[in-house]
Design a protein around this ligand. Structure first.
Ligand code: ATP
Ligand code: MG
Length: 784
């Protein structure tokens, strides 16, 4: 090593430094959340480059999300400065696999411009196959088959390799359909998500010379979030790393949360077997969270069995305890959190103003997001949803993407089907069937089928002219794509340098606009008089704008099919909303964890399962959630929740009981001590998770065991009120507003007169309901 000072080592602790300096041979870094695993990994890359141990293209770093890859690139770039030219290969398993696969596509029967299917396409295709196999698609839904095939692919099983013990699924026809599906994908020049890895593994296993080439190239391999690799990913890694054996994996068994997708914590244990002599490094100091947050997280995860076990400590003493609050329903929860976020943004007694960028809401299920989106739209609180390719799921975006796909790969039949008659070209079902028949009989794509049909005069009337224009359009756009990215014509990109230079002249952006105009797609929406049309045009504009960040249409399509994160990079401050799964590896000063209710979190499925596997995975998810927070973590739950349009009464999550008392502050739930609610009880049955027509009354809810337990733990410290007008939470200032004899109004009991005052509660003599004790925050001075 050079004797020059190495600033990138200065801010590491001894264990981290050891991990950075142990460059040769296998290394396993096993440590809890926030201990600086990712930081050490990043420094390791910098170290390899700065000491000249590796050139950029000899390093491969695998991250879990594209966002993580982007952040790592930025950090490495900053730390390197101008010292080294070029960047290592950093990306997700999938994005790296796409690159490899494009170079060798023909070895698995694809062309280099293959399309990556989205779930929609995939389901449509499977459905066709199920119907063609004379199976009842109601009884045997495509979704189930998709899950099964996914499960097999995650284990790196091609149809021939599915073990007979597993092949009984889907009415004994799973493997047969899987085989046909793969066949169909090949003929469409397409692959699904799981194929990206599976095909790579197949290529590596079948062509040793190709594998060897990569093994020689990749001197150093690094993997973050290693605990979540599945078998296919593990094989992929093991094959690549067997060359130089310089592989460094970092992970945390307590954060393994993708078991449902085939991830195997066992891979951590397997590592030492496959790479004997691996150096195992443990990190114990957490640099992210305060003592209370860390202790709360540790308290929860301790309930799991079979952990590798580790010590975690932090120097960050004190700070706020983890806050726990119950709400009446999901909407109230969203309202309260919205108010809190705004209050924190303005600055509170305890905390300096917290930027919206530094606040996040982490939900268990994506259906929880709606309540927050609705509320934030109402109060004008800027937010971004991370983790769901929401934008790209919209109709107009998917249509536009189909056009782009055709321009890149004219043989993309699924894209052809989608837009051949959108906008209307007079090509109804009958004409489309003709095209399909022609394509099938000649064994060509739909585009070529259409071309033949036109040549033979097999289509008449207005449709013929329009179909011709459509076909010619695709030809023209495809030629233009090849023009903007000449290397696509001949897909061999040597040497294997990861990032091609961005296409700065933006010719692909103009091409995208041209495609949308010439196809008539833009004018279709311009002429549309429905109220949604202007919004759709806006979205199309946004789509074209998004293209600017990419070096070509193909790169863009790839990005969209791979995204796990679609956070736009505009400069406005925004609160982040995402699922707990998407939050892995991230950190925020302020974190809200709503919906901690049995049946939601832990999920119903995990509770119904026999055995503890599912429940333990949920608990790890809780651990991931809490450990994302740096200074303030708020856990909440609601007594009533509307799930897919139906009210459900809820019980606080069992994980709440596992939070250690000493590190938790139980905030007073709104209305809990008011007594005003539930007086006119409807007596609706209250039980956790039961479906009910009528919502339970507050009295029923607050007297239920889960809530009673909370009251016992409650510090009865009422919540400081951010903005009284928007919240139904107890308003401390309200008391001073009333004196005996004041005429007041209460939402439920109507008009009355204040008869007595006791703390924040009032005795009110209501005209209709008689004397009741109510919380001052719930009455307003009468205005009539
Ligand atoms: P997770 O398990 O959640 O992925 P992690 O182990 O990867 O966490 P990092 O994200 O790398 O942890 O680090 C957590 C935080 O601690 C970051 O803000 C990082 O900058 C900081 N940090 C890590 N190591 C040190 C150190 N030695 N000194 C100061 N801060 C550090
Ligand atoms: Mg990390």
């Amino acid at each position: 090593m050079s004797a020059r000072p190495a600033p990138y080592l200065d801010d590491l602790n001894p264990a981290q430094r050891a991990a950075v300096l142990a460059t040769d041979g296998p290394v396993l870094m096993l440590a809890g959340a926030g201990t600086g695993k990712t930081k050490a990994l990043t420094s390791r890359i910098v170290h390899l480059l700065m000491t000249g141990k590796a050139r950029p293209n000899e390093i491969l770093a695998v991250t879990f999300t594209n966002k993580a890859a982007r952040e790592m690139k930025e950090r490495v770039g900053r730390m390197l400065g101008a010292a080294v030219e070029g960047m290592p290969w950093m990306g997700t398993f999938h994005s790296i696999s796409v690159r490899i696969l494009r170079r060798h596509a023909e070895l698995v029967g694809l062309k280099s411009n293959f399309t990556i299917l989205d779930t929609d396409d995939q389901l449509r295709l499977l459905k066709q196959l199920i119907v063609a196999a004379n199976m009842d698609e109601k009884r045997w839904p495509a979704r189930q088959l998709a899950g099964l095939i996914d499960h097999w692919k995650n284990r790196a099983w091609t149809p021939a390799k599915v073990p007979s013990s597993e092949a009984a699924g889907f009415n004994n026809r799973g493997t047969e359909l899987y085989d046909r599906y793969q066949e169909r994908l090949r003929s469409l020049n397409a692959c699904d998500f799981g194929d990206l890895l599976l095909h790579c593994v197949t290529i590596f296993q079948t062509y040793p010379d190709i594998l060897e080439q990569y093994q020689r190239w990749l001197r150093y391999i690094m993997v973050d979030e290693y605990q979540d690799t599945n078998v296919a990913q593990y094989l992929w890694l093991r094959l690549l790393a067997q060359g130089h054996r310089n592989i460094c994996c970092v992970g945390d068994d307590d954060q393994s949360i993708y078991g449902w997708r085939g991830a195997e914590v066992g891979n951590i244990l397997r590592f030492e077997k496959d790479f004997p002599g691996a150096e195992v490094i443990r990190l114990e100091q957490n640099y992210r969270s305060t003592e209370h947050i860390l202790a709360a997280a540790s308290g929860v995860i301790e309930a799991n069995s079979g952990r590798l076990g580790k010590t975690l400590w932090t120097e960050a003493r004190g700070g706020e305890k983890v806050r726990l609050i119950g709400h009446w329903d999901g909407e109230e929860e969203a309202r309260w959190i919205g108010d809190e976020i705004e209050a924190l943004q303005r600055g509170t007694r305890q905390l300096a103003p917290v930027s919206l960028n530094d606040q996040a809401i982490l939900v268990r299920a994506s259906h929880q997001m709606r309540a927050f989106e609705d509320r934030f739209l109402t109060i004008g609180l800027p937010y971004r949803v991370i983790g769901g390719p929401r934008f790209y799921e919209r109709l107009e975006i998917r249509d536009a993407m189909a056009y782009f796909r055709l321009a890149v790969s004219p043989d993309d039949d699924l894209a052809f089907e989608r837009v051949v008659n959108t906008p209307k070209r007079g090509l109804g079902d009958k004409a489309q069937q003709e095209i399909q028949r022609m394509a099938r009989s000649s064994g060509v794509s739909l585009l070529e089928g259409a071309r033949e049909l036109l040549a033979k005069g097999g289509i008449g009337g207005k449709g013929a002219g329009q179909l011709r224009a459509f076909v010619e359009g695709i030809d023209r756009w495809h030629a233009a794509v090849l023009n903007t990215r000449p290397e696509l014509a001949d897909a061999v990109i040597e040497p294997m340098l990861p990032d091609t230079a961005p296409n700065r002249d933006h010719s692909h952006v103009r091409l995208a606009e041209t495609i949308l105009e010439e196809s008539g797609y833009t004018s279709m929406w311009q002429n549309d008089k429905t109220p949604e049309a202007p919004g759709r045009l806006e979205n199309l504009k946004e789509l074209v704008k998004a293209l600017e960040q990419f070096d070509g249409l193909q790169g863009f399509l790839e990005h969209v099919s791979l995204i796990m994160d679609n956070d736009s990079q505009d400069a406005t401050e925004k609160v982040s909303i995402m699922t707990l799964h998407a939050a892995k590896g991230l950190e925020f000063p302020v974190v809200f964890l709503p919906g901690w209710e049995d049946g939601l979190f832990p999920s119903q499925r995990s509770m119904d399962e026999s055995g503890l596997k599912g429940l333990e995975e949920e608990r790890r998810l809780a651990y991931v959630g809490i450990t994302r927070a740096e200074t303030l973590c708020t856990i909440s739950f609601a007594a009533n929740r509307r799930v897919y349009g139906q009210w459900q009464s809820q019980l606080p999550s069992r994980f709440i009981d596992e939070l250690p008392d000493r590190h938790v502050d139980v905030l007073t739930p709104p209305g809990l001590y008011g007594g005003g609610y539930g007086a006119a009880g409807m007596g609706a049955g209250f039980g956790g998770g039961s479906r009910i027509e009528e919502r339970a009354t507050r009295a029923d809810v607050y007297n239920s065991p889960g809530w009673k337990r909370l009251q016992d733990r409650s510090t009865t410290r009422p919540i400081a009120q951010p903005r009284e007008s928007r919240s139904s939470v107890i308003d401390l200032n309200a008391v001073a507003r009333f004196t005996e004899g004041d005429r007041v109004f209460h939402q439920k009991f109507g008009y009355g007169t204040v008869a007595g005052i006791e703390g924040d509660k009032l005795d009110v003599d209501f005209e209709k309901a008689g004397v009741k004790k109510v919380v001052a925050g719930f009455v307003t001075p009468a205005t009539e």
